[in-house]
Design a protein around this ligand. Structure first.
Ligand code: FES
Length: 128
């Protein structure tokens, strides 16, 4: 596949959950050494569920789409289920990604898992 799907273009034009959550319980970062781009994901956790999530990204348009759909996939999921989201899940949710953009999906899983790990190792774990 060479072109962006309509779903990808929709996320690029109207990314979901953009910005920094001012009262986030945790945050995580993903970086792609190959291209120097990065993604920050912010989460709020209630009763073990990701009740809110947002992102800030510095990267290509595909990174905007993969970040946006990662937040959609994770919102409302338990921490355990969100941790299991894979690059393949992200790519499938977007209807595919061009071969040369597949690596952009790694930002989403890396940042999300780091946010969950950081939450689990914080003192908020006992509260949330
Ligand atoms: Fe770097 Fe897409 S080219 S994240």
């Amino acid at each position: 596949m060479d072109l962006f799907t309509e779903t990808i273009i929709g996320h690029i034009m109207h990314p979901r959950n953009v910005g920094k959550l001012p009262d986030a319980d945790s945050e995580g970062m993903g970086g792609e050494p190959g291209c120097g781009d990065w993604l920050m994901i912010y989460i709020k956790v209630r009763d073990g569920i990701i009740s809110d999530i947002s992102f800030l990204v510095h990267g290509c348009v595909a990174a905007i789409a993969t970040s946006s759909v990662t937040t959609e996939l994770a919102k409302g999921k338990s921490l355990d289920d969100a941790y299991q989201i894979t690059e393949e899940d992200i790519i499938t949710a977007l209807g595919g990604l061009p071969e040369y953009k597949l690596h952009c999906s790694v930002l989403g899983t890396t940042a999300l898992r780091e946010a969950i790990d950081n939450y689990r190792h914080s003192d908020k774990q006992a509260i949330g």
